[in-house]
Design a protein around this ligand. Structure first.
Ligand code: GLN
Length: 541
């Protein structure tokens, strides 16, 4: 039976619970244990697929097609493991499973109740995740903040699991310690209060991670220890880090893995974070920049610029840059500004390479098409992802093949030149408004054509698998014409004969994929296409 470690957050959201959870996983992996992680999200949404990326951040996609929270991406990147639907549960998903079971008479006619049936379903899923990965440790991150109404049933599940298996369950609270400017001192009270609220839910934390802008000093640790009823050695300092990949090493400096293992009466099986340490070294020391621009639209929120919507794209760029010992410099470029003022396009020249990532709906599309034309004709490295590939195809159809009205059915349902069309099986789903979880999702095979850039990048592999999330695709009625004009279809889905990668010759790098390669990039194993893109960008520089 695996050991279970729950991680909950106190004081406020966005203090890095996901990274903390992933980092705890990493240090336990470094001690020779198999670790998996689960995220419990308080939303009623059955999955993250229906949430606006500006509000909720990126929708991450697993091999089995689960549309989930970006934290699953962090777990995959830190643990280097492919996760699946059992690793992600929202309140909506949990209730839906219980209600479906009730409708199938699987509760044998008894009264089905919020407690214990909902927490029991949460526990069932957590155990399934442990089984799936044959894990020694299952980490369970509870979304939201302690004390709010929305995540109470997840805390209840944690309490019940601990009651059933007192020796196999540990509880970690990630608290925040503010340093108010007018006080000039790190304050522990909000974290003390968070622990009191957790106590109210019947849970005493075993370990407290103190998130703050600075490391916790001895008086602060002592205070938390006394007031929150934990051993001072279990108050772990978790200051802001320059890079998230540093966090596991910071935890190890505070002996976190050894504290966890001691509590479970386990001994380390090995001691190895060497590769990871080398990576962090590179992150600190890489000084020569590679400048990448991302032309997107999901990053403006009032007066704030948010990067969460494209987190996997950003991480994939970083992994590839570090592979070449470069310092990634990533800039947001607004697609709409190219529509308002095409003169702005000349700023694209200031970058070593440009990425056009995924997206939905009309807004910003024409600006992105203008940008692609500029990148194609000025021979600036370009990498298109999902929508990026669809727009690259439209741009090529319009300006090289002469299909002046070319567009996607998504932007103009009545178009005469649907170079990008809706997939057949999608038509009825859209009509019936069945939007949730019905896109082309998850891993699909792709055959690479020898001699192409893609084939070379993947090390001459003929069959690859990549993750998808889209409803529209390159229309095969236009394929021959596009190819005659010089667009190379370098990756094809063999089952449905769909174009998955397009590229151009006589260009330093012009490659676009219908799938999302960013979901499979790992810090120590950058994705081959990102690696090649960054390589060309460095050459361009
Ligand atoms: N909106 C496009 C589609 O649904 C592209 C989706 C995406 O970029 N993820 O096909």
């Amino acid at each position: 039976m695996p050991k279970y470690i729950f991680v909950a957050g106190g004081v406020m959201s966005s203090i890095g619970k996901g990274v903390a959870t992933a980092s705890i996983g990493k240090i336990l992996e470094g001690k020779g244990f198999k670790v998996t992680a689960v995220k419990n999200d308080p939303y009623i949404n059955v999955d993250a697929g229906t949430m606006n990326p500006i509000e909720h951040g990126e929708v991450f996609v697993t091999d089995d097609g689960t549309e989930c929270d970006q934290d699953i991406g962090n777990y995959e990147r830190f643990l280097d493991e492919d996760l699946g639907s059992v690793n992600y549960a929202t309140t909506g998903r949990v209730y839906l499973s219980v209600i479906e079971r009730e409708r199938n008479l699987e509760y044998n006619g008894r009264c089905v109740e919020v407690v214990p049936d909902i927490p029991n379903e949460v526990i069932r899923r957590i155990k399934a995740a442990g089984k799936r990965s044959r894990a020694d440790f299952v980490l369970i991150e509870i979304g939201g903040t302690v004390g709010e109404y929305q995540n109470m049933l997840f805390l209840e599940a944690a309490r019940m699991l601990r009651l059933q298996n007192p020796k196999d369950v540990l509880f970690i609270l990630v608290g925040y310690l503010p340093i108010p400017e007018m006080v000039g001192e790190m304050k522990t009270k909000p974290t003390q209060n968070a622990v009191k609220m957790l106590n109210g839910a019947g849970i005493q934390p075993d370990i407290i991670l103190g998130r703050s802008s600075m490391p916790l000093d001895e008086p602060r640790k002592r205070k938390i220890s006394i007031f929150c009823n934990v051993d001072q050695r279990d108050v772990i300092s978790a200051p802001d880090a320059k890079s998230i990949y540093e966090v596991p090493l910071n935890f190890e400096n505070e002996n976190l893995s050894s504290r966890i293992l001691t509590k479970f009466r386990l001994r380390p099986r090995r001691n190895n974070l060497k590769e990871w340490e080398k990576l962090v070294d590179t992150i600190h020391n890489a000084s020569k920049p590679v400048k990448i621009g991302i032309v997107g639209k999901y990053f403006e929120s009032g007066k704030f610029t948010l990067m969460d919507s494209y987190i996997s794209v950003i991480e994939a760029i970083k992994h590839a840059a570090w592979y070449y010992q470069r310092k990634p410099e990533i800039t947001w470029l607004s697609a709409e500004s190219y529509e308002e003022n095409p003169k702005n396009l000349s700023e694209l020249k200031d970058y070593d390479g440009i990425i056009i990532p995924g997206g939905f709906g009309n807004r910003g599309v024409e600006g992105k098409i203008k940008a692609i034309e500029y990148l194609r004709t000025n021979k600036i490295p370009f990498f298109g992802l999902c929508l990026g590939m669809q727009l690259a195809t439209i741009e090529f159809a319009r300006h090289v093949c002469g299909f002046k009205l070319a567009t996607s059915r998504e932007f103009d349902p009545k178009t005469e030149q649907p170079v990008i069309d809706v997939m057949n099986e999608q038509k009825n789903l859209i009509k019936e408004k069945k939007f949730g979880g019905t896109m082309r999702l998850g891993a699909y095979n792709c055959e690479l054509i020898p001699g192409t850039r893609a084939y070379e990048a993947y090390g001459k592999k003929s069959l690859i698998s990549e993750r998808h999330r889209h409803r529209y695709e390159l229309n095969n009625d236009y394929r021959q014409k596009l190819e005659e004009c010089g667009l190379i279809a370098s990756g094809i889905n063999p089952e449905k004969n769909l174009v998955e990668i397009v590229e151009l010759k006589d260009h330093p790098f012009f490659v676009a994929t219908q799938f999302h390669p960013e979901f499979k990039s790992r810090p120590l194993r950058p994705h081959p296409l990102f690696r090649e893109f960054v390589h060309s960008a460095i050459g361009n520089h």
